[in-house]
Design a binder for this molecule. Structure first.
Ligand SMILES: O=C(O)CCC(=O)C(=O)O
Ligand SMILES: [Fe+2]
Length: 245
């Protein structure tokens, strides 16, 4: 497979043949990779330009202004100026799950790291962006494939919460951003997160002889701290290192 599965949600209504066919496609996709494109929402085409224009203005603000949106919590407020990912910066709304991200065009001809390979730690991520490509997803058979930008679709990605809660049935794919060319990439993400202090634990229905428990119960915020502040970043599988059963 060298393309993301594309699932058309545009005529998605309960009790219709489309409903059943979409359901089957979603189940198939989650076994292979679980990065879906949702074709729908024509109004996005109109609003997309204005979202990107406004994001440009936001990131063009002086650094000291952007730094005022700083947070002590992991993955909140302004993130940027990291030597490991010098092209990347992003702004999030405190305690909300919306984040605007910018990847500068690389300064030289070489391809550059925009974001290092990771799995999302949250429940589900919904991504939308401008026409500059860069997002790459690792398939279960270890091939990196490009997520081609598309104006009328979102990319939906399963996070580690769902992977743990379904005891491995849903796959949280590794992904990264690689930049090339001379245009900046903008992306917008909705990162759903559990309520604070919610302990993530696979329900007993998800655990059986064929599916032994993969992870001990854990707190999402503690996992985030382990990833961003602790030793978790260097681990290829942060969740397993943190709370593998
Ligand atoms: O910008 C993108 O397309 C990917 C962003 C991402 O992977 C993340 O913020 O976790
Ligand atoms: Fe991500």
């Amino acid at each position: 497979m060298n393309k993301l599965p594309i699932i058309d949600f545009s005529n998605f209504k309960p009790q219709t043949p489309t409903w059943d066919s979409v359901k089957i496609q979603v189940m198939k996709a989650r076994k292979n990779m679980v990065v879906l494109r949702l074709y729908s929402m024509k109004y996005l085409l109109i609003s997309r330009k204005s979202i990107i224009d406004r994001s440009q203005l936001l990131f063009d603000l002086p650094l000291q202004n952007k730094l005022r949106n700083r947070s002590d919590k992991p993955y909140q407020g302004y993130i940027g100026q990291y030597p490991m990912v010098p092209l990347y910066e992003s702004l999030g709304i405190e305690d909300a799950v919306f984040r605007v991200q910018k990847y500068d065009a690389p300064k030289s001809q070489e391809t550059k790291i925009g974001l290092t390979s990771h799995t999302d730690k949250n429940i589900v991520t919904i991504l939308y962006g401008n026409e500059v490509k860069g997002l790459e997803v690792l398939t279960k058979d270890s091939n990196w494939i490009n997520a081609e930008p598309s104006m009328n679709s979102f990319i939906v990605m399963i996070g580690d919460f769902f992977h743990a809660w379904t005891n491995g049935r849903m796959h949280s794919a590794h992904h990264r951003v690689t930049m090339a060319g001379d245009e900046a990439r903008y992306s917008f993400g909705l990162f759903s997160i559990p309520k604070s202090a919610y302990i993530i634990k696979a329900p007993k229905e998800m655990v059986d002889e064929e599916h032994p428990l993969l992870f001990k119960p854990y707190d999402h915020l503690k996992l985030m701290e382990f990833y961003y502040i602790g030793a978790g970043r260097s681990s290829p599988n942060t969740l397993k290192t943190y709370c593998g059963a």
